[in-house]
Design a protein around this ligand. Structure first.
Ligand code: SF4
Length: 364
């Protein structure tokens, strides 16, 4: 029997890619153009497919703030480490988070010192740990953008319906549009167009980005993650730039609707409200974070256990903030490859597989 071709094969088709490269060249924009890929998954896909080497040399693809592990603030890591020191605590989180350095330690180091830290693949796994460990307080460390926030919301709702009183969430979730507004207002950053994140847009749709075109005259295109998706996004952006236009367009219609996923957005709004949030290396961004609403306050780990942490200390010499804002490329950090490697990461951008520094280390 003939193997069934993957639905994604068409999005990896070399002939289609060549046609798009030709179309990009034909836009003939006679100046340097900076296109920021907002999402860490895009950074990795661009590097893996060698996209930078096949588009015109005046088009610069620069990485943005879309790796959730990378933007988790030092203070949040320090807070989680403070929670590990309480008696009868189990910390559950995704694997990448254990290696992210805080001011003086990481979860991995605390685990080596005896803290009960467990890697899970879903917040629902963390809920199961709580059910199986009634004499422990189980905390799930939640990071991520709108892609993962609905799942955390449904986990909190499930915990409430189960009457679980030994489960809570340390919330370090963030939303993307607020960060983009900060980036485009940053005088050090020069962005001519935005390759907008596919996964986040599945949830929020395209409308929340429209202010970028209307207020700042910056075009944006939501794209998927295959080579043809990304080239199509670049082509659509170059088309707008060459015509002097700015719109938010969708090149990922197979997954993204303009209204987004209404049920997922309702789940977020039910459990969370927005708040100001600290981004690593960028600082506080108004309205860019989430906190658990008062109705579910018993599931908010930080307010439940009421600890305090010392002022944070950033890793010496690490330029993650500049990398996350697209001000420098990872290779311009003096520690890149010399002191900072995936085996010995100094900053979070070298930890996560979606981090710009890790992607540059592996592919460039
Ligand atoms: Fe930070 Fe390492 Fe990246 Fe430099 S190379 S910005 S130290 S993560």
């Amino acid at each position: 029997m003939e193997p069934v071709p993957s639905i994604l094969e068409g999005f990896r088709n070399p002939d289609l890619a060549k046609t798009l490269i030709k179309a990009i060249e034909n836009h003939n924009v006679d100046r340097d153009v900076n296109l920021m890929e907002v999402c860490g998954t895009h950074t990795v896909s661009i590097a893996r497919a060698g996209i930078k080497s096949i588009i015109p040399s005046n088009i610069h693809l620069i990485s943005g703030p879309g790796c959730p592990v990378c933007v988790t603030a030092n203070v949040d890591i320090d807070k989680v480490i403070a929670l590990t020191k309480m008696p009868d605590i189990v910390i559950t989180t995704f694997g990448d988070m254990t290696r992210v350095p805080g001011s003086t330690s990481s979860l991995l180091k605390e685990q080596a010192r005896g803290a009960d830290i467990r890697i899970v693949y879903s917040p629902l796994d963390a809920l199961n740990v709580a059910v199986e460990s009634p004499d422990k307080q189980v905390i799930f460390v939640g990071v991520g953008f709108e892609t993962t926030t609905p799942l955390i919301a449904s986990t909190v709702l499930r915990a409430k319906s189960m009457g679980l009183n030994n489960f809570s969430v340390f919330v370090a979730h963030k939303n993307m549009p607020g960060a983009l507004e900060t980036i485009v207002n940053d005088p050090q950053v020069k962005v001519d167009g935005l390759i907008l994140p596919g996964h986040v847009s599945v949830i929020i749709g395209t409308k929340p980005y429209e202010f970028l075109a209307q207020k700042y005259h910056i075009p944006g295109v939501v794209t998927g993650f295959e080579p043809v998706d990304i080239l199509r996004g670049v082509e659509m952006l170059m088309c707008q730039i060459s015509d002097g236009e700015a719109r938010i367009e969708n090149a990922y219609a197979r997954a993204v609707e303009s209204k987004g996923n209404v049920a997922a957005k309702e789940a977020i709004a039910n459990v969370f409200e927005t708040c100001d949030a600290e981004w690593r290396g960028i600082g506080e961004i108004a309205g860019s974070g989430y906190r658990i609403r008062d109705e579910y306050k018993e599931f908010d780990a930080w307010s439940r256990f009421g600890l305090e942490v010392e002022p944070t200390v950033e890793p010496k010499g690490c330029r993650c903030g500049d990398v996350l804002r697209g001000v420098i490329s990872p290779k311009e950090c003096p520690l890149f490859r010399k002191v900072c490697t995936p085996e010995n990461p100094v900053g979070p951008c070298m930890v996560s597989s979606e981090g710009s520094c890790a992607a540059y280390y592996r592919y460039y």
